[in-house]
Design a protein. Structure first.
Length: 138
């Protein structure tokens, strides 16, 4: 009954079974306890108490659940990647400005774009290589 009461306090602090198992196997720094050659613990409750206390803060409270922390970190990373992907898509969809020099260049660019629209990019690039290079280079 004492074991259930002690575990109840741990679960009430937001920890799950996986967190308790982690606390039994390793310390709060992630270092695995060496149990080779150990004869065993006489009291399961004492063993649980010792291992979980190693995780507690100075004021006796448990830190946030390691599982909860990992989930929050994964969620933050996922949100960062989604924002990065959104930024990349916006950049890709942003209209590109082609630099033109003078009125004659504007006319040539219009002709190039008309040919490209009606006859295709290959034909337009063959007839207007400079304009095609300006469009491709931007």
């Amino acid at each position: 009954m004492l074991l259930v009461k002690h575990l109840g306090k741990i679960f009430a602090a937001g920890w799950c079974v996986q967190d308790v198992i982690r606390a039994l196997e390793q310390d709060s720094e992630g270092i695995v306890y060496q149990t080779r050659g150990a004869g065993g613990m006489r009291s399961i409750l004492a063993w649980l108490h010792i291992r979980v206390n190693a995780w507690k803060h100075d004021d006796g409270t448990l830190p946030p659940s390691p599982t909860h922390i990992r989930r929050k970190q994964a969620e933050a990373e996922r949100e960062r990647l989604i924002a990065q992907q959104k930024q990349i898509l916006e950049e890709m969809n942003r209209p590109k400005v082609v630099p033109v020099r003078g009125l004659s260049q504007v006319r040539l660019m219009r002709e190039y774009l008309k040919v490209k629209r009606f006859k295709g990019a290959v034909e337009a690039a063959r007839l207007y290589p400079e304009q095609a290079q300006l469009v491709e280079g931007s």
